[in-house]
Ligand binder design. Sequence first.
Ligand code: PLP
Length: 360
Amino acid sequence: MAFKLEIFPISYCAKYNPATGNWDEAWIEKDRIPFGELERMNEAKKAEILAKRNDLGLPSVSYTSQYGMGCFEGLKAFPKKDGKTSIFRPDRNAARFFSSMEGLKMPPYPEALFVKAVAEFVRKNAALGYVPAYESAWEEDNFAGASAVYLRPFSNSEGAIGVGISTAPSVLITGTIVSSYFKGGSTKAVTTKRVRAAPNGTGSLKCASNYVISALAKREAEDAGYMEVIYLDSEHHRFVDEGSSCNIFFRLKNGTLVTPALGTILPGITRASVIQLAKDEGVAVEERPIAIDEVLSDGAECFVTGTAAGVTSVESVTHEGKEAVFNKRKPGELGERLQERLKGIQYGTKPDTYHWNFAV
Ligand SMILES: *Cc1c(COP(=O)(O)O)cnc(C)c1O
């Protein structure tokens, strides 16, 4: 599956008013067709409705469409075993979105508005059936095939044609239903010579312009038969940075779990959560530079983390023709355990020790 662009009937828009300093909020209600009814429509009718929902009335020519001057977030709402729905750590996405907007020198969207708006977005669309119902069958494969609501808040600039900075941005929230992210098959990763993030760049901001390189490198890796691409640092081309749109972890032969320190890379919320959960398991966790040579010689297990992927095992890492294979190409035990704990918290089958779930 991954992402099908079937966006929800109700979207959100807040427009910054530079004169008042306020964010003027509005709901964009395209239709009130319940989820089940949409699913039963013929393809042509459905396509027509979905195209209308995706027209959010944004200026066509803007700093965002011309120069990639925009930022975004990705977070999920989960249907839980107790029948309730909750969003995973929206306060963290709110804080990161605030820093991304500040990083692009735009008026930042207040964190409290973000949290309130994503919750209201889920409630409004849930009333029309756009939150999948919890299924006990998901527990059998540790939620690998489970569904959730993927939320996509993003900024968009006012109309503009010259290169410049947005002074009157809008923040929109759309969403779609997603099921498991990575299809079966190869989970091999390969390093790339391309650079996604550099010191004094925008790599640590979740901003649109970063992702052209990501898409190119990922395509090149896929064309060569790999699932994922690994970026090395821009200066020495020696230390591991991250995956195409996920963070990366290595369990070494001595049992330590290592992940690159924050700086140029994207500060993932799944990354932060997994570090906490690994420490709970008594695992020694180090956030530090890790050379690709160290991965090749001392790596025992590798996984990548992100909202879309959760914790996804990587069977091998190839660098300049040398392949390090982990755990006979089977998912590593630590990654599996962390995924079980993370999914258990999100879907409400395990205690939410840190109160990460935000009830909607
Ligand atoms: C979004 C993203 C991640 C993962 O962040 P989460 O908050 O865990 O979803 C990692 N790397 C990049 C480049 C990203 O864009």
